[in-house]
Design a protein around this ligand. Structure first.
Ligand SMILES: Nc1nc2c(ncn2[C@@H]2O[C@H](COP(=O)(O)OP(=O)(O)O)[C@@H](O)[C@H]2O)c(=O)[nH]1
Ligand SMILES: [Mg+2]
Length: 458
């Protein structure tokens, strides 16, 4: 396939030690030969061996643009599977732009965002789930998310999906063959075998779908809302966990009126901590809005940390919060245990089992225990995950769910003793939907939408 030759700056646009201009396409060598001068002037880069590095100058006619190192990679052994060149230039914004301009003048055109990766996909080096993993690797904001994206990049989602598709395809092929040639291939007793296979595939898909909840937590972080009455010490706790004075702490009840959000990392987990306005009955309009906002955030939380001031008696507002957290993932903290406590664990009328811990935000005690408890509440306390696949991409999840619906329909058809061609319609539907995850039979719009999310030069 003949393609035009693209170029872009692959590194961030800020002054740095080095930046990279990338070129890919049939004319990559023709372009670089026009603008690159090897110091000895002995040979042109197009005559050099693949996967070698060369020192020299980028020139625009007589004009010297920059002193550079150039890496050459011949098709198909490159990121795009096309002839590819990377120019390491000095990392100034102006000089990098100038190098790019020179390359464009020599016949390349500017690449669209993600176009290098799109070519890797279109040329068959990676599937769509791997291309999406490239975006996730770039955007990963924590170690777990990065690890998971790297696994997806290595093809673990691809392999799993391929396995299930293969099983579906074999069954469909058998049915089709039998319908074509009933004299030699019998469907007698086949529905039992088919049911077993399809149930197996449904189980595989369900396992994958079940991981998507944790997948979301890995990718986006755990939404952790700190809830409690005014003055319980919520903002003090946030500051302590974040490690800086992020929220204003005073002894005036109702100080925090808006929600404050901060991300922290805990044993590889990302927590998005949200400090809220204290929950209480109030006639102050602004505070009332704050209270409403607190409850709204808490409704969307993955985890609630309910802070109680153990030095003062509980009241109706606490009852309301306890009722609210009843069916949610929550930890109860008895704070201010440095003061004389009037509340013990047994006094908190927990409507369902929840961890309950004693802390002092002021003296910074009990925080290690809290962190340990949080870690244990997610990923069954084990976040090392060696071979697990976590589905982190909503598009993948939706496709898995849709494929499962089709397979469940096959089971219904078997139970209703429907004719065999009914089976193959739903089987093929599941097969095709699963294919969209890896990029088989996807339409161009979807491909374009996915690659638009990339940055320039990737
Ligand atoms: N003695 C004591 N005071 C605390 C503790 N935690 C917070 N406070 C104090 O309680 C008051 C309210 O704290 P703040 O964090 O603003 O509570 P919020 O309204 O729940 O956000 C402030 O004066 C804090 O210094 C604690 O563990 N022990
Ligand atoms: Mg506060």
């Amino acid at each position: 396939m003949k393609t035009d030759t693209i170029a872009a700056i692959a590194t961030g646009l800020s002054n740095a030690g080095i930046s990279i201009v990338r070129i890919s396409g049939d004319q990559a060598f023709a372009v670089i030969d026009k603008v690159f001068q090897i110091k000895s002037k002995a040979k042109r880069l197009s005559e050099m061996e693949s996967h070698t590095v060369h020192y020299g100058y980028i020139v625009d006619g007589e004009e010297l643009i920059d002193e550079v190192m150039v890496v050459i990679m011949r098709a198909p052994r490159s990121y795009t599977m096309e002839d590819s060149i990377e120019i390491d230039c000095h990392g100034g914004i102006t000089v990098t732009k100038k190098v790019l301009e020179t390359v464009l003048k020599a016949g390349a055109r500017i690449a669209e965002p993600g176009e290098f990766t799109k070519r890797a996909f279109l040329n068959g080096r990676i599937d769509l789930s791997q291309a999406e993993a490239v975006i996730d690797v770039i955007h990963a904001n924590n170690e777990l998310a990065l690890k998971n994206s790297m696994k997806q990049l290595k093809g673990n989602v691809l392999h799993k999906v391929k396995e299930v598709r293969q099983s579906i395809l074999l069954d469909t092929a058998y049915i089709e063959a039998a319908l074509d040639d009933p004299e030699h291939i019998s469907l007698e007793g086949f529905s039992d075998k088919l049911r077993e296979n399809v149930m197996g595939s449904i189980k595989e898909l369900s396992n994958l779908i079940d991981t998507s909840e944790n997948g979301r937590l890995i990718k986006e972080g755990i939404r952790t809302v700190i809830l409690g009455r005014p003055n319980a010490g919520k903002s003090s706790l946030l500051n302590l966990m974040v490690g800086e004075e992020r929220a204003i702490v005073t002894d005036i009840a109702g100080t925090t009126r808006d929600t404050i959000e901060e991300s922290i990392f805990l044993n590889g987990l990302c927590l998005n901590l949200i400090d809220t306005a204290g929950i209480r009955e109030t006639s102050d309009l602004v505070e009332k809005l704050g209270v409403e906002k607190s409850l709204k955030s808490a409704k969307e939380a993955d985890l609630i940390i309910y802070v109680i001031d153990a030095s003062t008696p509980l009241n109706q507002d606490d009852d309301e919060i306890l009722e609210f957290i009843k069916d949610r993932k929550a930890i109860v903290l008895l704070n201010k245990t440095d003061l004389e406590s009037v509340i013990e664990e047994k006094d908190v009328n927990l409507l369902s089992t929840k961890p309950i811990l004693k802390i002092s935000a002021l003296n910074q005690t009990g925080i290690k225990e809290l962190e340990k408890t949080i870690t244990e509440m997610f990923f069954e306390g084990n976040i090392s995950f060696n071979d697990e696949i976590y589905i982190t991409n909503v598009r993948h999840k939706n496709a898995l769910v849709e494929a499962r619906v089709s397979l469940e329909q096959v089971i219904v058809s078997i139970e209703n003793e429907m004719p065999e061609d009914f089976f193959s319609i739903d089987l093929m539907n599941a097969y095709e939907v699963l294919g969209t995850i890896i990029g088989e039979a996807v339409d161009e719009d979807l491909v374009n939408t996915i690659f638009k999310e990339f940055c320039m030069g990737k």
